[in-house]
Structures are given as structure tokens and as C-alpha cells.
Design a protein around this ligand. Structure first.
Ligand code: AMP
Ligand code: ZN
Length: 495
């Protein structure tokens, strides 16, 4: 197959990249800290349970950002952390440790819980064609560094309570600027910890209560205990990316508590007003019609559930890319079905081009390679450089796919380039890959094909009674027969 997945920057690399910075609430030109490089840190999952597809939207977004930076020719270093300690059931330092709670519920070791759900998360990362970051940083690997960091800021910025070491948010200038929250009250927070000086103050070190033993605990100058959740990201981002680095990402909920707390720690540690990252970016939420997506209410929407129902995971990736990352996106099965159909259409068109190319059929036309390259230069590059306008970028790609009279090899090469950003595996997916057997299906593909062949014979001999009966049998087995489908699908399995 002629198209190459190029590692050189595509011709569109010239358009300046503009990104929306949550700190300034403005679009800004991307100017790297280290010329030619892009260093990105993404807050990773808390591995106490399976990620839901909303969580995975955050990583499709971070991946699209990383792919765009590579496409623009920057040498990317991406870090995603794995939170296996410290995250409480309430982001604002209230409630129980999510990991300890799940381990107790399942009567398993916390380390086993962490391993199991980390692997499940990585499986979703793979299914959604999210590129591997340069580092998966595991929080529990960095506890000694977290203690050193806490020691460095303890005197000037922290105070001790029975529960451990707390950060005094009044000791840094402009606490909560990222959230635009009214500082002292720290909107929406519950004063759960007795003795806290300000509602927004948060735990740096959580001391194990006397008489208790936690599965995960370490010695520290403040007694045996575990680090507060926010500490890990300040420590690991600096250790792996330096200070400051370029871009920090996370879901929009992190704009309110977790990231303001990271920034406060960074300012304290660097004795400056530097937030740690030059640009803070946040993806908006995937929601359900009934409201916020959760792991406990209703059907637990995991990537594996989509696959079990017969949807290829890349249809979900496309569904994410069809919306701008800063817009809320409502999940529906109809929406996912529409994204799958769109993906089938793209893959079908590429397959057709490839077949023609293999048969040596060169389409004659007016457009030439130069024209196509220019089209991409003029439209795809600017779309993706405009704060990752993926909905527009996809339309441009479809326009290029639809250029019926263009040279096939050039089209495939252009698609290859564009797909380095979109990550839909367009050059390798086949239509057959997109037809996934729902878990509930009671009939195999071979049986379906055999029944359809018999039905074809019946119809050819005008035996419509048999043909209708065979069709009804298929319907009873959950198979929808699709005569004359414009995409050329003969049948579909319903979930
Ligand atoms: P967690 O495992 O809870 O720390 O979340 C992992 C990532 O998913 C974080 O960046 C969250 O901000 C993000 N996130 C959580 N819920 C959603 C959602 N419904 N839609 C998009 N991102 C989400
Ligand atoms: Zn984080």
C-alpha cells in the first residue's frame, strides 16, 4: 500500500498552534519552554475501578493534543500518571481513600486492585488507539520525592493537625485563580476536617490514625501515613518534565480543586508565582442524558460494554473527535451508531481507493498532487492548529476522500498524514474489522452467511415464501438483513 505514515512533519506544520489556556481563559500561541520540544503532563486515572468512557474522553483529548504537537514537528514528551494512592472519595480532601475503600470491599490487596485496574485502563488506551506516553508515572514510586517536596514547603506553607500536614492556601498569592473561585470559601467544599484554617486548605500528608494500619503507608516526619492526592502531580511533573514545562491537561473538574492545589504547591516550592505549566488545558465532560456520568448509577459505560454491544471502540474515538474538546458531549447509543456509520463510510471509501490502486486503475482527473497538498495545507493544518478543531479537521479529511478524480496514491498519503492526528487507523482498518459480533449474539457469521446464500438462491428461483422465512429466522436470531444498503452491508447484528 502506497501511503506512508510519515514521521517528518506534515506540510501543514507552518500554521501557528493556538491553544486555549484555562489560566487566562484565552487562546494563546504555543511557545515551547525548550525550543522544538513539547512537554505535556496529563492527570491519569485513579485505579480503584474501571474507567468509564467519560474518563477515556480525557485521554482521547490528551492524545489528540500530543498527536497534534508531533504533527507540528515538536519533539513530544508526554507523561500520564497512575494514581494508586491518595485520592479520596471527595476531591476536596473529604471522605475515604478510594483505593483503600475498594480493597476493603473486595477483600483484596490494594496492590492487586491497582494492578488489575491499571491493566484494564491500558486495555482501553490500546482499544482507543491512544499513543503510549513516554512515561506512565506511578504515584507510589514517588513517595520519597513527595516527602522531600513536603519537607521543603512545610515550615512556610503548612500546618499540622491531628490528621496530618495541611497546606495553608492563604500563604500563596491568588490561590484558586485557575478556578476563578472565591478564594476563602473555596466553593462547594465541606469543612470536614476540624482545625483547618481555611475551607480550601488541603492535605499534603495524611497521618494514619492511632491504632489503625493502612495497607499503604510510609514513614514521614509527620508520622506514618500516605501523601495527599495533589502532591503526586506536582512532584512527578517536575521530576519528569522539569519546571516549568509546557502543557498540563485534565478534565474540567480538575480546574476547580486538583489543579489549583497543584499550582499552590508549585508556587510554594518554587518560591515564585509560577504555576508549573505554561498552559493548562481542560476537556469538558461526557455526560449522559440523565446528567453526570458515574460508575455506580445505571449501566456502567465502559469501553468493553461498547464492544460487547457490537460497536468498534474507534467509533467512540470518532464520536469524541466530532465534538470540540471544550464542549460538553452527550452520550447516546444513537450518536455512537452514527459515528460508527461515519467511520464505516470513511473506511469503505479508502478500501475502494486501495482496491483500485491494486488493480492498477489510475483515475484520470484534473486535480494533482500539488493541489491536494495545498488543500490540506490550507484547511486541515489551520483547523487542527485552531485549538484542536477536530470537527472541522474531520470534515476536511472527508472532503479530500471525496475528491473522486484525484490520484489515489496522493489521497492515501494525505489520509495517512491526517490520521497521524486523528488516530482512527484509517489506513489499516477494514470494513470487516468494524463489524463486531455483539456478546449477546446467538448466531455465528458463518451461519449468517450460509443463510443469506440460501435466501439468495430462493429469491433467484422466485421462492419468496422460503426467502421470507429465512429472513424471519435471521431476525429471530438478532440479525437485521440490509438489502440495498448504500454502504454495501448485507446484514447487521443488533445488540
Ligand atoms: P479520575 O480517574 O476520576 O481521576 O478521572 C480521570 C480523568 O477523567 C480526569 O482527567 C477527569 O477529569 C476526567 N473525567 C472524569 N469524568 C469525566 C467525564 N464524564 N467526561 C470527561 N472527562 C472526565
Ligand atoms: Zn493530577
Amino acid at each position: 500500500m502506497g501511503a506512508k505514515m510519515t514521521d517528518a512533519p506534515a506540510p501543514a506544520a507552518g500554521t501557528p498552534l493556538r491553544l486555549f489556556n484555562s489560566l487566562t481563559r484565552q487562546l494563546e500561541d504555543f511557545v515551547p519552554v525548550h525550543p522544538g520540544e513539547a512537554r505535556v503532563y496529563s492527570c491519569g486515572p485513579t485505579v480503584y475501578n474501571y474507567p468509564h468512557i467519560g474518563n477515556m474522553r480525557a485521554y482521547v483529548f490528551a492524545d489528540t493534543l500530543g498527536r497534534t504537537l508531533s504533527f507540528k514537528g515538536y519533539q513530544l514528551t508526554h507523561v500520564i500518571n497512575i494514581t494508586d494512592v491518595g485520592h479520596l472519595t471527595d476531591d476536596a480532601d473529604a471522605g475515604e481513600d478510594k483505593m483503600e475503600k475498594m480493597a476493603a470491599e473486595k477483600a483484596q490487596s490494594i496492590w492487586d486492585i491497582a494492578r488489575h485496574y491499571t491493566e484494564a485502563y491500558w486495555a482501553d488506551v490500546k482499544a482507543l488507539n491512544i499513543r503510549q506516553p513516554a512515561h506512565w508515572s506511578i504515584a507510589t514510586d514517588y513517595v520519597p520525592q513527595m516527602i522531600e517536596f513536603a519537607k521543603a514547603i512545610a515550615d512556610k506553607h503548612c500546618y499540622e493537625l491531628e490528621g496530618g500536614l495541611y497546606f495553608d492556601t492563604s500563604t500563596v498569592s491568588d490561590y484558586g485563580a485557575l478556578a476563578r473561585a472565591k478564594t476563602d470559601e473555596g466553593e462547594g467544599r465541606i469543612e470536614e476536617v476540624e482545625g483547618k484554617r481555611h475551607a480550601a486548605d488541603f492535605a499534603i500528608w495524611r497521618r494514619t490514625p492511632a491504632g489503625e494500619t493502612r495497607q499503604m503507608e510510609w514513614d514521614s516526619p509527620w508520622g506514618k501515613g500516605a501523601p495527599g492526592w495533589h502532591l503526586e502531580c506536582s512532584v512527578m511533573s517536575e521530576a519528569l518534565l522539569g519546571f516549568p514545562f509546557d502543557i498540563h491537561t485534565g478534565g474540567i473538574d480538575h480546574r476547580e480543586i486538583h489543579h489549583p492545589n497543584e499550582i499552590a504547591q508549585n508556587q510554594a516550592h518554587s518560591c515564585s508565582d509560577a504555576s508549573g505549566a505554561r498552559i493548562w488545558m481542560h476537556n469538558n465532560f461526557l455526560i449522559e442524558r440523565s446528567g453526570k456520568m458515574s460508575k455506580s448509577s445505571g449501566e456502567f459505560l465502559r469501553v468493553q460494554l461498547l464492544i460487547d454491544k457490537g460497536y468498534h471502540p474507534l467509533a467512540y474515538r470518532l464520536m469524541c473527535l466530532q465534538a470540540h474538546y471544550r464542549s460538553e458531549l452527550e452520550f447516546s447509543w444513537e450518536g455512537l451508531g452514527a459515528a460508527l456509520t461515519r467511520l464505516k463510510r470513511m473506511v469503505g471509501s479508502i478500501e475502494k481507493s486501495r482496491d483500485l490502486a491494486l488493480k492498477g486503475k489510475i483515475r484520470k482527473g484534473h486535480e494533482n498532487a500539488e493541489h491536494l497538498t495545498k488543500l490540506m495545507l490550507d484547511q486541515f493544518g489551520p483547523a487542527i492548529s485552531d485549538d484542536l478543531n477536530t470537527p472541522q479537521a474531520i470534515k476536511v479529511m472527508e472532503d479530500i476522500l471525496g475528491l473522486g478524480s484525484a490520484p489515489i496514491s496522493v489521497i492515501l498519503e494525505m489520509v495517512g498524514w491526517m490520521d497521524t492526528v486523528l488516530g482512527l487507523n484509517l489506513l489499516t482498518l477494514s470494513r470487516a474489522d468494524l463489524r463486531i459480533r455483539p456478546k449477546s449474539a446467538t448466531i455465528t457469521e458463518t451461519e449468517i452467511e450460509a443463510t443469506l446464500a440460501r435466501r439468495k438462491e430462493a429469491r433467484a428461483s422466485k421462492d419468496f415464501a422460503t426467502s421470507d422465512k429465512l429472513r424471519d429466522d435471521l431476525i429471530a436470531a438478532g440479525v437485521e438483513v440490509m438489502d440495498g444498503d448504500p454502504l454495501g452491508w448485507d446484514w447487521r447484528l443488533g445488540a
